[in-house]
Ligand binder design. Structure first.
Ligand code: ZN
Length: 411
């Protein structure tokens, strides 16, 4: 009887293996072939004409130098972008998707809407640098699971600061800073975001403003982050605050409004990224022009307006690595292209602005092996615009096609 059972089990296993094999053999490969009129595979490199990008299982399987219509016996879907400019999905490394509103329901609804708007303008990856509660972690999962349409999200959770903010987590003294940082990481943060200076809307964010943390506090934060191999992004406006946090090994300076030569030199030496969020100048411009604005605030903002674009150009010329972050949430979501447009307005070459939004941003996020370019083996995050943003940067607004991980979201 025992032998009979063993033999039956063996027989059934062999049978089911046989079925599994048959099923695998019968299943036809499903691929998408994109016919790209102009392909900027790697921003900064020469473009190629009349290319075919073969996408399978969410990845780039091949790039062929002409228009091909088949790949073996695969079931093919052709995407005709013969008169379009095709490039890698854009990134925005400084957004706040789920931070506006009065309660968690608002955060969730706004988060879903903002995620959709962001993807529709060709941004396939974002780093969220500060949310009101843990809604952002749920949004990150919902997008990853395919339940919500949006860009891939890396999230810092709540911002760590010295207190006094509604949406921040407090760090006061070494123990508190350690605990807060560790809690944020164990809650699921991909990054740590710190407020190392006042926010731009406060007068203490001016050039002479003071750094927020004590040495041992910032040291506690960066030590914990390092232990968990999590990078730290530091919000910083005044001259002294960037210099302060740079001493302790942060990976990006956000805003960096009044960074000086010394800070830039450290950033070049240590490979620290500058995320200048110059798209915020749109809002500052409006405030300055508005006769209803508070004159004292206008004076404060004018200093940023006159200083920041020049500073960014200086950093660019010196060779500081620059990535694109709009601070969407402070400025409108779905206009994430404003950062590269502003980069070009302040003197950056079009190709370098597009590189900041793809290659550099992927590098900052440690995603270069998978994203940032259109190369064989990478994840298929591919967008297309009409026109040519290498000649006219405003063409980056004309997004006609968005693919994220091989799936088409806009065509
Ligand atoms: Zn921000």
């Amino acid at each position: 009887m025992r032998y009979l059972i063993i033999i039956s089990v063996w027989f059934l296993s062999v049978m089911s293996m046989g079925f599994a094999q048959d099923e695998a053999e019968e299943e036809t490969r499903k691929i998408t072939i994109i016919h790209a009129g102009t392909l900027m595979a790697v921003a900064g490199n020469a473009t190629l004409e009349r290319q075919s990008i073969i996408v399978e299982d969410g990845k780039i399987k091949g790039i062929k130098p002409s228009y091909v219509n088949e790949d073996g016996d695969a079931d093919v879907t052709i995407v005709d972008l013969k008169d379009k400019f095709v490039m890698a999905g854009l990134m925005d490394v400084h957004v706040h998707l789920a931070s506006r509103g009065d309660n968690p329901a608002d955060y969730a609804l706004n988060g879903v809407t903002n995620a959709y708007k962001t993807l529709m303008v060709g941004v396939t990856t974002v780093r969220d640098l500060g949310a009101a509660d843990d809604t952002i972690f749920k949004l990150r999962k919902a997008v990853a699971d395919g339940d919500v349409i949006g860009p891939r999200i890396l999230s810092a959770g709540n911002i760590i600061g010295v207190g006094g903010r509604d949406n921040g987590k407090e760090c006061n003294g070494v123990e508190s800073c350690r605990r807060t940082t560790r809690d944020m990481i164990t809650s699921g943060a991909d990054w740590i975001k710190i407020y190392s200076s006042c926010s731009g809307g406060q007068f203490c964010s001016n050039e002479e403003g003071a750094p927020m943390f004590f040495d041992d506090e910032i040291e506690a934060i960066t030590e914990v982050a390092k232990k968990y191999e999590i990078k730290v992004a530091a919000h910083s406006h005044p001259r002294a605050s960037a210099l302060h946090v740079l001493k302790y090994g942060v990976s990006s300076i956000e805003h960096g409004s009044f960074i000086n030569d010394e800070a830039m030199e450290i950033m070049i030496r240590e490979g620290v990224y500058y995320v200048p969020t110059v798209a915020v100048m749109d809002m500052i411009e409006e405030d300055i022009a508005d006769p209803e604005s508070d004159p004292e605030m206008v004076a404060h903002e004018t200093k940023f307006y006159e200083n920041n674009p020049k500073k960014i150009y200086e950093a660019y010329k010196k060779g500081v690595k620059i990535a694109t972050g709009t601070d969407a949430g402070v400025v409108p979501h779905g206009k994430n292209y404003r950062e590269v447009e502003r980069f070009v307005e302040l003197g950056m070459a079009n190709a370098d602005a597009l590189k900041a939004g793809t290659v550099n941003s992927a590098d900052l996020l440690d995603l270069s092996d998978d994203l940032g370019t259109i190369e064989v083996g990478k994840i298929a995050d591919i967008i297309a615009v009409s026109g040519n943003p290498l000649e006219e940067i405003k063409d980056i607004e004309n997004i006609v096609f968005v693919m994220k991980e091989g799936r088409v979201y806009k065509d």
